[in-house]
Design a protein around this ligand. Structure first.
Ligand code: NAP
Length: 259
């Protein structure tokens, strides 16, 4: 059975995090005495930017562990604000909703859309992108994150610029330069990066959102093709919100500073 608000009437929102939207949601909910918020992070990033409110770090131990955490901590609402490519966690959240009955919302930013002048090629996976890449360019700006680099490790003729928050670990492609950085990234910086490294192809996940979109504009301006990895499937039958404002409406919570 879903948990009821505690004796003081406070609700407890568990935000499955790791995204800008998760942090913005926690910021909007924190400080409200009628609502307790806990953000959960996977623990992949060595020094994460922690949101206000409570935080917990590390896996739950599958659907059962997540369901136990939800009931054991009196969670009244769960918001899955994980990255669109965090497929496993989203399915676990859906499974925990079935087990606990605690309502779940998937906060999923919309994907990007190609516009006039864009030269986008789509792949269904990182492995698919690696198969298509040699035909598109030989100096690749790889922005798909450090975790999937092994999918490109066999490409010995391609030079890679890899941008990630923490350093990648092997296996990685042999011709590689790593740029440690954390978004958001501005358009001027992206233009400069593409030119300085003579990039001739950009590889990205269809992450969506504004924080990392300027690279797409810079690629369009420079006439550089973009290899876009499509999003993995998401669980069906879960309530959806495309923005933090929509998530706040689902929680019946006013956006701070707005009427
Ligand atoms: P994943 O493959 O969906 O999840 C693998 C396992 O990591 C989950 O089964 C869960 O372990 C644990 N986990 C994932 N997110 C968690 C969270 N928010 N809190 C607690 N445990 C979590 O996820 P991933 O692709 O490795 O991504 C990990 C985190 O990085 C996510 O929080 C995501 O929002 C963030 N992120 C991912 C990407 C990406 O491209 N995948 C990009 C940017 C940020 P248990 O089964 O033990 O509970």
């Amino acid at each position: 059975m879903p948990a009821e608000p505690d004796a003081a009437g406070a609700r407890h929102v568990l935000v499955l995090g790791g995204t800008t939207e998760a942090r913005e949601l926690a910021e909007a909910l924190a400080g409200d005495p009628g609502c307790r918020v806990t953000t959960s992070l996977a623990g992949r990033v060595a020094a994460p930017v922690l949101p206000p409110g409570g935080t917990r770090i590390g896996g739950f131990g599958g659907v059962g562990g997540l369901a136990d955490w939800i009931t054991g901590h009196g969670v009244t609402h769960v918001v899955d604000a994980t990255h669109p490519f965090a497929e496993q966690m989203s399915f676990h959240a859906a499974g925990a909703q079935v087990r606990t009955g605690v309502p779940l919302l998937a906060l999923r930013r919309p994907g990007w859309t190609a516009g006039p002048g864009d030269a986008w090629t789509f792949a269904d996976s990182l492995a698919g992108a690696a198969a298509l890449l040699p035909a598109l360019g030989s100096r690749a700006f790889l922005t798909t994150g450090r975790m999937g680099l092994h999918a490109f490790a066999h490409l010995t003729d391609t030079w890679f610029l890899v941008r990630s928050v923490d350093a990648p670990s092997p296996p990685v492609p042999p011709r590689l330069e790593v740029l440690l950085d954390r978004g958001p990234f501005g358009l001027e910086g992206e233009r400069e990066l593409l030119a300085r490294h003579r990039i001739d192809v950009l590889v990205t996940k269809d992450s969506g959102g504004r924080a990392t979109a300027p690279k797409l504009i810079a690629a369009r301006e420079a006439g550089i093709p973009v290899l876009v990895v499509r999003r993995p499937p998401a669980p069906e039958g879960v309530a959806q919100a495309a923005s933090v404002d929509a998530a706040l409406r689902w929680l019946d919570h006013p956006r701070p500073g707005r009427t």
